[in-house]
Design a protein around this ligand. Sequence first.
Ligand code: ADP
Ligand code: MG
Length: 721
Amino acid sequence: MSVSPSRLAAISAANNYRTSKTVAFTESHSAGLFGKNVFNDKIMQQRLPKAAYKSLRKTIDTGAVLEAGVLDIVATAIKDWALEHSATHYAHVFQPLTGITAEKHDSFLEPDGRGGAIAEFSGKQLAQGEPDASSFPSGGIRATFEARGYTAWDVTSPCYLIENANGNTLCIPTAFVSWTGEALDLKTPVLRSMKALDQQARRILKLFGHQNIAMITATAGPEQEYFLIDRNFYLNRPDLLTAGRTLFGAKPPKGQEFEDQYFGVIPDRVLAFMHEAEAELYSLGVPVKTRHNEVAPSQYEIAPIYENANIAADHQQLLMITLKRVARKYGLECLLHEKPFAGVNGSGKHLNWSLGNATQGNLLEPGNTPHQNMQFLVFCAAVIRAVHRHGALLRAMVASASNDHRLGANEAPPAIISIFLGEQLADVFEQLKKGKAKTSKAAGTMHLGVDTLPVLMRDAGDRNRTSPFAFTGNKFEYRAVAANQSIAAPLAALNTIMAESLDYIATKLEKTKGKFEDAVQAVLTEIAKEHSAVIFNGNGYSEEWHKEAAKRGLPNLKTTVDAVPVIASKTTVEAYEKFGVLTKRELEARRDIAFEQYVKAVMVEANIVIELVNTKYLPTALRYQTELAQNVAALKAAGAKGDAKLLDKVTKLIGDLHEAMDALVELRGHHAKSLEDEAAHLCHEVLPQLVEIRKTVDALEAVCPDESWPMPTYEEMLFIK
Ligand code: ADP
Ligand code: MG
């Protein structure tokens, strides 16, 4: 029996890896490093003439249109700064509907007509680019023959430099639209929804007597989970390489059941990687703060300090790219797939979200006695109403083939969108149902019985890990977001449905003739009565909750195929169109693209399964079968009692595998009438068949000789660090 040389080489390479010091984070940490590669406010102030700076600042702070003439001045300042920092090219960076980051690079240099070249960069080049739109998904908005698309500079998100050993690139965050003006990206709706949110929140604040209100922005702080495995194993796993997840792999003798990984000591190589990734993110102005081991073996988390939601969304993209890039320098591969390994936890992204501004602070800050904080209660009630009305949309915004493996498994929030309010607030809303809220359950202190330990402040309520949408003190945490996805679409949805609820409340309150307090009271009671069904403080993983949620009429959209149509449902279209976030046509395009992406993802998996079984697993099993058969024959010939038990077992598994593969090949050939039908077919027929095949292959892995097994095992990938 031949030994699989690539597997042994991978193990040996992983074992021999030595980290060397590449960044002296200790020397450059903190102030000097942060934002080093960003054309930020400080640099703007230094480099722009006063009037131009003021004008640009006004656009950033209030959303006003940038004044004519300013653009060229800003462009020149950015160019000079970039050239001084070894930039050779500039790139409009945008987020097409594939969810990845796209960039088109242009050189600063242009021929001067006399045989030389000069560095050119005009206001127009800063503000507008023209990538070919036909190569990005448009959901039918653009045909390939009408290819024109534009990128437009997002003034509110700072430009930055991406460093490379051979030269730096100036990156300009942009929105991406078609020649006909339709959004073809994820940023445009975020910007539009931020504007809507500002306008509606402002109406409420005005009613509460505030004046000179600064622009209200949504804030976001996304916590990112990811896996790191030795790259040698990764390169030996075509399924990880192509589909992002393992489609095969027997359960290792040890998984995560010892709970010895979460918050455990971070392995040396991983820590070195984190230092460098964080240093790079720091220099890009991404305020990363927290790092720790996660629950599954080889799983980690990184979280930034929250920011303006639009910038947080851009930074989140940078963060994912940086993790992947830096990991490779350390011989590691960063896996962002939601479920790279069956049997251990998958990865998500907790999207912490709130709204506020510099003058009013965080509008979801309850204070110590929330029952008396009417303004807070209005904003909180608006969230409750929004999530109750649009729970299905929030589910759809995180729907993907990969996230389906996570949502609803007992590790991540269920596909049913409910709100965890915590004991204190849930109690206030219970009181509101019946009229005025009179008390708030108090927070307290905790004495630990040892005088040298400090007295701890105890929060008014415990935490809940199972809720998809939890109030966590002064923000909501949307936990169903997928590890690998941009936070832009979920953010835009939150902002839009919040704007809709604030509009609803403001319209009611503006109309009242009587006492303002009574009107607020009435609308709070109305919302508490009508929308409390979405509040659930119990165990979201439990069977009872699924039954209870059905009784309450909460949608339970189990798969992407069930959820995606909501993107263009009547309720969604009404909300998005009312606030100018996306049109019906734009939403329908997004729905179709979501189906398309789903179909492609599952198809690729089916293709890999077929390839791997035919070229790796089946040949391995057949060789072993032959060996066993020869063994039995030899024993018989020698007159000994040959035991064919193992041979029979392997033969049976090979038979099963052939049968299951025939079925898969037939299923793959299915012709559906529409994209939606195709998605449903893949979801309900093809995916279960992949599971069937996997079971058989995993059973073979458990009996075939280890040294013959052609691919790295779960044990190797998850535990050799
Ligand atoms: P945990 O989820 O463990 O309670 P934290 O309280 O530190 O952790 O917060 C987690 C994330 O929430 C961080 O990224 C943090 O910046 C973010 N966050 C905190 N306050 C806000 C806010 N007002 N708006 C949006 N995100 C916030
Ligand atoms: Mg959290």
